[in-house]
Write a new protein. Structure first.
Length: 605
């Protein structure tokens, strides 16, 4: 039982004995005492005034006196209006340090067979181009959220839905047939996703040229420019060929399907390399080429059940006016599906595959309305988690102009970004002398860990709901609120611990009776004790940034302690032992917390 649990139990006993009443556990809440008041934890007594029938100050005084007399963890207390500020006994902090030390994942909840199952969808790429900077934020948020939900005791299934069908896919296929000359990833030395992306760009280039040519003809015939542009877009030979290819694909044409499978497999191999570099992965991948037909079937069933309606042109719609929204198209007049239909089909397949209790979609904020509608439709169709589905909505991420090359000139390629981050980390680490006495292999590995840590931390420390500017130069800084600052602190602590082990002075446990922790040491123990609350809050808020902020505050506090107090040259053997145990657990907590962000921490730097 930790300190808060002990005190909360005593508060319940106090209210029962003092006022002959029971209160719900939710009414007893302890907060960290504000820095301008004396104490460690604060109890708000206002919820108990109806029971005590006394003034706030009097109620707080009575509860405080009871705690001091009956709870060994409480040393002193003071009352400020309706707030009872509690000072915890030094011996209790020592016992808490041992509790933290004895649990490799202190503050995290264990996953059991009875835990609820949370499915998290993220990434959602198209197979006509490589992953870009937006995908990087999406993947990092999705992976971190999965780790945070697991740390809150949930079973988690990480899923991806790949957009592998449609006109945009046919554009790349057609371009490869026309201008590819049989090019393969092997023959060109390019990753498959980059190769296919090049053909998508090539299609767009030739398509625009055809549009411009036709537009001139139509304007010469007296057509208005806007109408000429629209007609040229529809009549360009390339787009007509692409649509013909899409029809053949939907009809199962063997040649088109064979080409589609070959090119998609090139892309998947490329995606896998990028995912591996980002340190993310999936338990199950779904493909829209498989889900859209399931979606059509569910919509048709909903139509038969009277959940949807058909218009005169044959299209199928959902009337959402009772939910304060408009009508939503589900099937076009020609019977083809839309994105909403595909998402319904994907949900249906997932629900049959897994007993989902909660579904979280990690998708940009431009899709807020889409998921508002999807939630209503899934609930209407009988999915138990439909109404409560979570759209983890995040903002755009951009780079300062001119900071990094882009393969297509419009978006920042994920592989370019990763390569640049690792290269910059190598240069910065070398300049700062972080590579002393390391082999080249070790240097490359440290550069990878630091570069990816800098990228991930800089992106994840920002509230996901906000748009953000990612600055590679600022992210690789060994000072301030950055990944490398936290990673370097971990490496520094590990160096101290290795030295203690070499000198055979590393204690197995801490004896609270042998040494009374000082104020700074207590602050570090208290900060480590707050890790569980940070994990729980991050799970409630779906907020990796909360974990990043916790990492930074703990790291900053340790560095201040390390500046003020010596560990290896402590004034007494007992102080040295206590500080070594504290340092060991700060390193452990940093490592565990950073792991929730998908960030590795090096043993040495």
């Amino acid at each position: 039982m930790n300190i808060e649990q002990q005190i909360c139990g005593s508060i319940h006993a106090a209210i029962n004995e003092l006022y002959n009443a029971q209160v719900p556990e939710s009414n007893v809440t302890l907060q960290k005492t504000k820095s301008n008041f004396e104490g460690n934890l604060t109890l708000v007594v206002f919820p108990f005034l109806k029971i005590s029938k006394k003034k706030p100050e009097e109620t707080a005084q009575e509860i405080g006196e009871y705690l001091k007399a009956n709870c060994p963890a409480v040393a002193e207390f003071n009352v400020v209006k309706g707030f009872l500020n509690i000072t915890i006994a030094p011996e209790a902090w020592g016992s808490l340090l041992n509790d933290i030390d004895s649990d490799p994942h202190f503050g995290e909840r264990q996953v059991t067979e009875d835990s609820q199952l949370v499915m998290i969808e993220y990434s959602s790429p198209n197979t006509n181009k490589p992953l870009h900077l937006g995908h990087v934020r999406n993947n990092l948020l999705g992976w971190s959220l999965a780790k945070i939900m697991e740390a809150n005791g949930n079973r988690v299934v990480k899923t991806n839905i790949v957009n592998d069908r449609g006109i945009h896919i046919c554009k790349s296929m057609l371009a490869w047939l026309k201008w590819g000359n049989g090019a393969t990833p092997e023959s060109t030395g390019k990753k498959g996703d980059h190769l296919i992306g090049d053909f998508y760009v090539a299609f767009d280039k030739h398509y625009r040229a055809e549009i411009d040519e036709l537009k001139v003809e139509y304007i010469a015939d007296g057509m208005e420019e806007e109408k000429a542009t629209e007609k040229a877009k529809a009549e360009a030979p390339l787009i007509k060929e692409a649509h013909e290819m899409l029809v053949k694909w939907e009809q199962g044409d063997p040649d088109v399907r064979s080409l589609w499978e070959m090119m998609n497999n090139w892309v998947y191999a490329g995606f896998d390399e990028t995912y591996k570099a980002l340190g993310v992965g999936f338990d199950k991948i779904y493909y829209e080429s498989e889900t859209y037909l399931v979606g059509k079937k569910r919509v048709e069933q909903g139509l038969e059940q009277g959940l949807f309606f058909r218009k005169e042109d044959g299209s199928v719609w959902a009337d959402l006016s009772a939910d304060g929204l408009d009508q939503k198209l589900l099937l076009r007049s020609d019977g083809t599906s839309v994105y909403m239909t595909q998402d319904i089909g994907t949900a249906d397949m997932r629900f049959r595959d897994y007993p989902i209790d909660k579904m979280i979609y990690v998708v940009g904020n431009e899709q807020n309305y889409h998921f508002q509608v999807l939630s209503i439709l899934l609930d209407r169709l009988g999915f138990k988690w439909g109404r409560e589905l979570v759209h983890f909505s995040y903002g755009m991420v951009e780079l300062p102009n001119g900071k990094m090359k882009s393969r297509e000139g419009t978006v920042v390629d994920a592989d370019d970004l990763i390569e640049t981050m690792i290269s910059d980390a190598y240069k910065t680490s070398e300049e700062l002398g972080k590579f002393k006495d390391m082999s080249d292999e070790e240097r490359q590995e440290i550069a990878r860990i630091v570069g990816m840590g800098a990228l991930k931390y800089f992106i994840l420390k920002v509230d996901a709901r906000k748009n953000m500017l990612f600055n590679p130069e600022e992210s690789i800084d060994f000072n301030g609120n950055t990944g490398p600052f936290i990673q370097y602190t971990h490496a520094r602590i590990r160096s101290i611990l290795r030295k203690a082990l070499a000198e055979d002075i590393m204690p197995e446990t801490f004896d609270p009776a042998s040494y009374i922790l000082n104020e700074k040491e207590i602050q570090l123990v208290q900060r480590m004790n707050e890790y569980g609350a940070a994990v729980a809050q991050a799970g409630i808020d779906y907020s990796p940034s909360g974990i990043a902020n916790y990492c930074y505050e703990l790291t900053k506090e340790f560095n201040q302690f390390y500046h003020d107090y010596s560990i290896m040259n402590a004034e007494t053997p007992e102080a040295k032992a206590a500080r070594l145990v504290i340092a060991r657990n700060v390193a452990k907590t940093i490592k565990n917390a950073m792991a929730l962000l998908g960030i590795e921490v090096p043993e040495r730097m």
